[in-house]
Design a protein around this ligand. Structure first.
Ligand code: 5GP
Ligand code: ZN
Length: 138
């Protein structure tokens, strides 16, 4: 799996395509998104090729999350007020690059970016949904 030849993020990790790297360790790699929501928007990924959260081993994922925290801390030091940490998993969610990654997006008080909008459950729907999900763990 490592070094999937047609994967753009594998090529970035291997140094075959340039990227603005901000952090690297044995397991993970972090670089600036080409089209940032705000400047400093960083992508954090496992060096090994996995498609998304569904096929990334837990231990690998834990390394990625720890690196996301390091990146968030560095972004806060450079002056953001908070961060959104987001990961798109599956085409329907908006995933475009199928090498697992987490977005760490710096947020500023006056950046004008929209938050996502929730909508309330219908009567009884929350309990039904909870039951269905609990059963899926079994
Ligand atoms: P997602 O798969 O999470 O929806 O989006 C992938 C993200 O990768 C996008 O935000 C896009 O701007 C970024 N991206 C795609 N190709 C490249 C690239 O070659 N270099 C960099 N730095 N970012 C990329
Ligand atoms: Zn890859």
């Amino acid at each position: 799996m490592a070094g999937m030849s047609d994967c753009i993020f594998c090529k970035i990790v291997a140094g075959k395509i340039p990227a603005e790297k901000v952090y690297e360790d044995e397991y993970t790699f972090a670089f600036l998104d080409l089209n940032p929501v705000n400047p400093g928007h960083t992508l954090v990924l496992p060096k090994k090729h996995f498609l998304n959260i569904f096929d990334t081993p837990e231990e690998t994922l834990s390394h990625v999350v720890i690196t996301a925290k390091k990146v968030a801390t560095a972004l806060k030091k450079t002056g953001c007020d908070g961060v959104n940490i987001v990961s798109n998993n599956g085409g329907i969610s908006g995933q475009i690059v199928f090498h697992a990654h987490i977005h760490v997006i710096p947020r500023l008080a006056d950046d004008g970016r929209e938050q996502w909008h929730g909508k309330p459950y219908a009567e009884g729907e929350m309990q039904q949904t909870g039951e269905k999900i609990r059963n899926a763990f079994i």
